[in-house]
Design a protein around this ligand. Structure first.
Ligand SMILES: [Cu+2]
Length: 147
């Protein structure tokens, strides 16, 4: 009985260990802002490719997956259905590139706060984490996340 439970727990933790996330952070927003950007690096040590297929947070009505696309001189954001994380590789969301777009913020993201976010992966399922809020308009991760 106990061994059976242990096996289940080990199986569950092994499944969770397939994907790890690194340096999750949000850009602080100005008062009244309706949207905010979120960034992180997803690492996949597994032998099979993984995909981030969605995200949600109590801090926003919805969270979309966006990429920046250059059209001539203009940079436009486009929503995508998933971010691919290659086997034994990683995928980086960063300012100027792929990002999570938090839409209809319940309140501004203030520097130093932590915001709960649930990431949904195709294979690993849901992964709950906290994003740290960095500087307003800051182009890089908050100081404690710099290498
Ligand atoms: Cu966006």
């Amino acid at each position: 009985m106990r061994l059976g439970l242990l096996a289940v727990l080990l199986a569950a933790s092994a499944a969770q260990a397939q994907v790890t996330i690194d340096k999750p952070w949000l850009r602080a927003t100005a008062p009244g802002a309706k949207v905010g950007g979120g960034y992180l690096t997803i690492r996949n040590p597994g032998a099979a490719p993984e995909r981030l297929v969605g995200a949600s947070s109590p801090a926003a009505a919805r969270v979309e997956l966006h990429v920046n696309i250059k059209e001539g001189e203009m940079v436009k954001m486009r929503q995508v259905r998933a971010f691919d994380v290659p086997a034994q590789g990683s995928f980086e969301l960063k300012p100027g590139g792929a990002h999570l777009m938090f839409i209809e913020l319940r309140q501004p993201f203030k520097e130093g706060e932590k915001v709960p976010v649930t990431l949904k992966f195709e294979k690993a399922g849901e992964l709950r984490t906290e994003f740290h809020v960095g500087r307003l308009g800051g182009g890089s991760a908050p100081a404690e996340h710099k290498r």
